[in-house]
Design a protein around this ligand. Structure first.
Ligand SMILES: [Zn+2]
Length: 267
């Protein structure tokens, strides 16, 4: 009879927290684009990783610090992960109830199913499993699809109703309005009347002739308008609904849109 997997020790938990915090700092530094900050954050991350021994901790139960009332349900999930896969889940608290209910529903079909990964990816929930029961897979996949749909409508951070958001730098999260504001995320599909430097992200501008252009304000300034098409153009008038955008191309020619019908966030 195999021993039950151990939990992380206090020291190991502290090391994991330090590594997580260092990797969040690095991500913020990469987003900010400041090379001194990037170097410092990268050095910090390497140092925290150097203190850790992933081989010895991989198969221990990584119970999240914020597990709270979901602790037992999460332990049940972590115990399904076979050796060498890494016994952790990679999503935030708002989705704990969803994956716990999913685990219980799957276990009702196959009490011995194996979990390989439960994680957030591109703002959605992913749950990878294995069953040895002939013919059970389809039914279990249907349960997972339903849980993924539920997660797609639930703030990953707090569990309130949510939709897909982006921070304009390629990071996607399913969030409620309050958590999105706090984290600097904007709703995909958000409509605005005027584009300004505060509207970080990537926007699709459609005019009344039906023409579309893509405006990238990721860094608070227009970096690319429509990829290669208008590269290095000078912006004379930013898009506003019921007005025209105007740009000057590198060859000196000016270009203007028809009256703008809609400005929509696509990233
Ligand atoms: Zn929230």
């Amino acid at each position: 009879m195999p021993r039950d997997p151990e939990e992380l020790t206090e020291t190991e938990r502290a090391q994991q927290r330090a590594a997580r915090s260092a990797s969040e700092d690095l991500r913020a530094a990469v987003d900010s684009g400041d090379s001194d900050e990037k170097r410092a954050a990268f050095g910090q991350l390497l140092q925290t990783l150097g203190n850790m021994d992933p081989q010895s901790t991989r198969d221990k139960l990584h119970i999240p610090d914020d597990a709270g009332e979901y602790r037992d349900g999460l332990v049940a999930i972590l115990q399904r992960i076979p050796p060498n896969w890494g016994r952790w889940i990679s999503c935030s608290k708002g989705w704990y109830p969803i994956i716990i209910a999913l685990d219980q529903a799957l276990a009702a079909i196959d009490p011995d199913y194996e979990l390989h990964q439960a994680k957030e990816k591109l703002g959605g929930l992913r749950y990878y499993f294995r069953t040895r029961i002939e013919g059970a897979r389809e039914q279990m996949n249907a349960l997972i699809r339903a849980a993924e749909e539920q997660a797609a409508a639930t703030c990953e951070l707090c569990g309130e109703p949510g939709v897909r958001h982006s921070n304009g730098r390629g990071w996607l999260m399913t969030l409620c309005a309050a958590c999105a504001t706090e984290r600097g995320y904007g709703r995909i599909g958000e409509l605005v009347n005027d584009l300004g430097p505060d509207h970080r992200g990537v926007w699709r501008v459609t005019d009344y002739a039906g023409d579309e252009s893509i405006w990238d304000l990721t860094n608070g300034e227009v970096s690319i308008i429509d990829g290669e098409r208008y590269r290095d153009a000078t912006v004379l008038a930013l898009p506003s609904v019921l007005r025209s955008w105007r740009i000057r191309l590198t060859d000196g020619n000016e270009l203007a849109s028809e009256l703008i019908a809609a400005i929509e966030r696509i990233r």
